[in-house]
Design a protein around this ligand. Structure first.
Ligand code: SAH
Length: 399
């Protein structure tokens, strides 16, 4: 078996159970491992550190499967990890609440580069590391066994594949072919997940708890849903009794899907607007429009830490205009799903936006992904979705 030897002192992060080994920490590799092959990781002292998957093309040279020397990375290892992940969801999610669940959340479930989402009888697997790719067939067989899914579909097409030197891999891997979007129920709403072509694996499962929060805040309110995609927040606002929803997205296809969602759930009161949020917010401001609740759920502006500065400007801009559009006492649900942007920095950006908008605001709640998207304590990068529920002070407008 090939062996990776770390530079002196570079075992520290592994001792804290962080699963990534960056290329800069590698002293040498003994042997000639192929992509995704299991390698042994040792400290410069020779001490055993971990079993990991080798990623020759990535900045992350290896991702840890297990920190215990006695572990064996084989079919039973993956069966155990998958079962543990599935059992966690069963323990924390009420199955009558939703048919759409993230079953495996990569590093935070001890399965780096492996995401598995379930939409009723359809399971979607999304791989993003050489290790995940190497074990694809095993993972599909085990998922068929554990979940009894009618269909297992692979959606390994995330942008990060390029960084890993991996080719897109999409298609049916087990069972019956997909006919169309998969119907699921969540919080008594009928949802359609376009597993084959939709964002991520078809739907933003991570926002589930924030959708239900909005539902409780919505009664009688005028809501603005920015970056609405297929209308997740819009549906929840209307189901909660919102007086009106203005939903904006730049994608006509996403708005068509949102319209289908509204019809399917027989919900009315939403206006769907195709446009660039950055421009539409300015236009709404010029028209002196105002709202009781604004949702900002933009795409990843900063996929990596290197892009965080530029992304900061984008977040600042939309939050500034959202504050300007809120009525006194109004509520802002604002999110960032940029892995490269910390919660602290995001909160600072929102605070600066409020100052520039001339409003005083309070944080009522820190928001994040639902509990089927756990964050391993040793892997803070797992906390990619950050959000704030803010309230603009009732009569504090200064400018
Ligand atoms: N809130 C959604 C998910 C948002 S995903 C949900 O809960 O389901 C981000 C969305 O932003 C995508 O639908 C994309 O089409 C849209 N988008 C990206 N840039 C945009 C822009 N500048 N203006 C408007 N929409 C944009």
């Amino acid at each position: 078996m090939a062996r990776l030897i770390l530079k002196p002192g570079r075992e520290k992060s592994l001792l804290r159970r962080h699963p990534w080994i960056f290329s800069g920490a590698v002293h040498r590799i003994d042997g000639d491992p192929g992509p995704g092959e299991t390698i042994e990781v040792r400290a410069s002292t020779g001490a055993f550190m971990a079993w990991a998957a080798y990623s020759p093309s990535s900045q992350i040279t290896a991702r840890v499967w297990d920190f215990s020397e006695s572990a064996r990375i084989d079919v039973d290892f993956f069966r155990g990890r998958l079962q543990r992940a599935v059992e966690m969801r069963a323990a924390v999610l009420n199955p009558s609440r939703t048919h759409a669940v993230r079953l495996v959340h990569g590093e935070s479930d001890g399965l780096p580069g492996i995401v598995v989402d379930r939409y009723a009888g359809v399971v979607v697997i999304q791989l993003s590391s050489a290790g995940g790719f190497r074990w694809r067939d095993t993972l599909v067989e085990l998922l068929a066994e554990i979940t009894k899914a009618q269909t297992i579909f692979e959606r390994s097409d995330a942008e990060v594949l390029q960084l890993e030197g991996l080719a897109v891999s999409v298609g049916l891997r087990h069972g019956a072919a997909l006919a169309s979007a998969v119907g699921v129920e969540e919080d008594e709403l009928q949802l359609l997940a376009d597993v084959e072509h939709g964002h991520k694996t078809g739907f933003y499962l991570d926002q589930r708890d924030n959708r239900s929060l909005l539902r409780t805040l919505a009664p009688g309110r005028a809501v603005l849903d920015c970056f609405c995609y297929t209308g997740g927040f819009t549906l929840s606002a209307l189901a909660g009794g919102a007086a009106s929803v203005l939903a904006i997205d730049s994608s006509a296809d996403s708005l068509a899907a949102a319209r289908a969602h509204l019809e399917l759930n027989r919900l009315s009161g939403a206006e769907l607007l195709e446009g660039d949020v950055f421009q539409v917010l300015r236009r709404l401001r010029d028209q002196a429009r105002s709202f009781d609740v604004v949702v900002l759920d933009p795409p990843k502006f900063a996929p990596t830490a290197a892009l965080a500065q530029r992304a900061a400007r984008g977040y600042k801009d939309i939050n500034l205009y959202a504050f300007k559009l809120l009525k006194p006492g109004g509520l802002l649900l604002t999110f960032s799903c940029s892995g490269g942007l910390s919660r602290e920095l995001f909160q600072k950006i929102v605070a600066d936006a409020a100052v520039d908008a001339g409003v005083d605001a309070q944080i009522l709640r820190w928001l994040g992904a639902a509990s089927d998207h756990p964050v391993a304590l040793g892997f803070p990068e797992g906390e990619y979705l950050k959000g704030l529920l803010c309230r603009v002070a009732p009569r504090a407008r200064r400018g």
